[in-house]
Design a protein around this ligand. Sequence first.
Ligand code: PMH
Length: 388
Amino acid sequence: MDEQFFFYRDTWVEVDLDCITENVKAVKQRLPDRVAIIAVVKANAYGHGDFQVAQAALEAGATMLAVAFLDEALSLRGKGITAPILVLGASRPEDVNIAAEENITLTVFEQSWVTRAQRVLNPDTQLSLHVKVDTGMGRIGIRDEQELRMVEQEILKDSRLQFDGIFTHFATADEQNDSYYKIQLERFNFMVSNLQSRPPCIHSSNSAAALRYAEAQFNAVRLGIVMYGLSPSKDMKQEIPFPFRQAFSLHSKVTQVKRINKGDKVSYGCTYEAQEKEWIGTIPIGYADGWIRRLQGQEVLVDGMRSPIVGRICMDQSMIKLPYQVSVGTTVTLIGSQQTQSITMDEIAEKLETINYEIPCLISSRVPRVYKRKGRMIDLKNPLIPKK
Ligand code: PMH
């Protein structure tokens, strides 16, 4: 990245929006026309930037967005997103009027929620609702068919409430063994069959189920991880039927280069001691950026070569063992590619013994996100405009 940006530190995330659009288009191509794409942009679009990802996904053919909390939906509205937005998680019944005003769809997950919402909802308003059924995830949702029927009746009776959808969530769609998935799907079909009327939007699939199970596509799928170019699980990596591309990369620049001698120590606790004369580079990223201390020893890319992080990761800085003396300002790639080498999100997830979902979410808001289209940085109504 040679362009200069309007932030004053040399650590940044690049989000390639072409990857997002390509990934969404590739999934869309494989879905029947009746199946809509709901782009899951909760948690700031898994750390990628909700507004930018939402725009890219909508442009690629997604027709609805999904977030976890009402605040996330309101934030997207505030940034000018007018597409339908579904709040997947539990919203407070007291907050229904703001959702109705902003045309945000909320999730009903138990009967008492409807009763409490009805008490506070203004007259002459319209609140769009999707009903969540818990078929085995055990998180939120209605488990009992009687309760579901009562909820449906309450919604249908109240002219302020619109019964727009019903959905569930799978716990194991990304695993090889499909037995629990089948139990959940059967339960969902049973619950839906208990309804007096079918709402327009019936959905159950996350990325894994959307790609694997045609019978679970109904008329919409909720696409998260694959849209970002990541596999839902290790098991599924080889199965994804198109060349999906990781949108997120993380970079920094060497701020100081020093020659240290055999026996010299590096960073807090002196956990690293040079075995010989070595070149050490300092980079301005640390655990307050989400580059957590357990990443000590992880390799980064410098001049296309793998170089390990040595010594403890500090709050704002880390040190790397350079392959040779490089100049100050040399780009260091912590996630992403340089020349023939790549450090994937999956590699970092493995090092941290976690899932790839967690990694972009972990990179904190202190790290500026810049956006690319056609290989160039773009201005998306944020201050990260290339200086000419
Ligand atoms: N729908 C719901 C209800 C979800 O919670 C999620 C992801 C998705 C769809 C998208 O899943 P995908 O990214 O696998 O496509 N939710 C979470 C979660 O709560 N923890 O990790 C992923």
